[in-house]
Design a protein around this ligand. Structure first.
Ligand SMILES: O=c1nc[nH]c2c1ncn2[C@H]1C[C@H](O)[C@@H](COP(=O)(O)OP(=O)(O)OP(=O)(O)O)O1
Ligand SMILES: [Mg+2]
Length: 191
């Protein structure tokens, strides 16, 4: 008889991601318990899918058991999707102001946040990807600067940046929430 997967190891070094993932997965129909490991796994260059697959494959090898990993990209329409999976380094070097300045010469500030979860059934197993995308625009920073680029990303139609939203509002419309809904559905039907 099919039974669902109800606990999993999430390999991440990011405490804010972990907090959101736990909050999202503990609510809803099929609660999933998450244990975390802060392993430092090298991230390759490539498409968001290639980066996600390589990271999850390595994580499962290091752990010797099933696991999930997550990669977040922030994509600027004017820059044809860049910085994409390299947003971490752009944010670290340029800050919120620099991300806005990158778009100064362009008419569109449109952007999308893309979350890619990867699940591996164990060492050697091909990771399976679950993507979630939230569209919005890059704005001058508003709200607390607690989590990454939250203060400069305003999802379309909300009038608020991610940073200005209560966490339960972000967790109902975010790129991470949308990807986790797909992962949750998949895990529910695994043996
Ligand atoms: O919802 C978010 N709201 C604002 N900022 C965010 C969000 N989600 C990720 N971020 C930041 C963290 C990092 O600067 C970059 C993604 O890089 P990314 O490699 O996926 O994350 P990470 O290295 O911090 O953790 P991990 O150990 O899981 O790879 O965007
Ligand atoms: Mg990373």
């Amino acid at each position: 008889m099919a039974k669902s997967i109800s606990n999993l190891i999430f390999v991440t070094g990011n405490a804010n991601k972990l907090k959101e993932v736990k909050a999202i997965l503990s609510s809803g129909g099929n609660p999933i318990e998450i244990e975390s490991r802060a392993l430092d796994i090298p991230e390759i260059q490539g498409t968001t899918q290639e980066v996600a697959i390589a990271k999850c494959r390595r994580a499962a090898e290091l752990l010797g058991c099933p696991c999930i990993t997550e990669d977040t990209a922030l994509c600027f329409e004017a820059l044809k999707g860049l910085p994409g999976p390299y947003i971490k380094y752009f944010l670290a070097e340029l800050g919120h102001e620099g991300l806005n300045a990158l778009l100064a010469g362009f008419p569109t500030k449109a952007a999308w946040a893309l979350c890619t979860f990867a699940y591996s059934a164990g060492p050697g197993a091909d990771p399976i990807l679950f993507e979630g995308r939230t569209d919005g625009s890059i704005v001058p920073a508003r709200g607390p600067g607690i989590f990454g680029w939250d203060a400069v990303f305003e999802p379309t139609g909300t009038g608020l940046t991610y940073a200005e939203m209560p966490s339960d509002q972000k967790n109902k419309l975010s790129h991470r929430y949308k990807a986790l809904e797909k992962l949750r559905e998949f895990l529910h039907f695994q043996d």
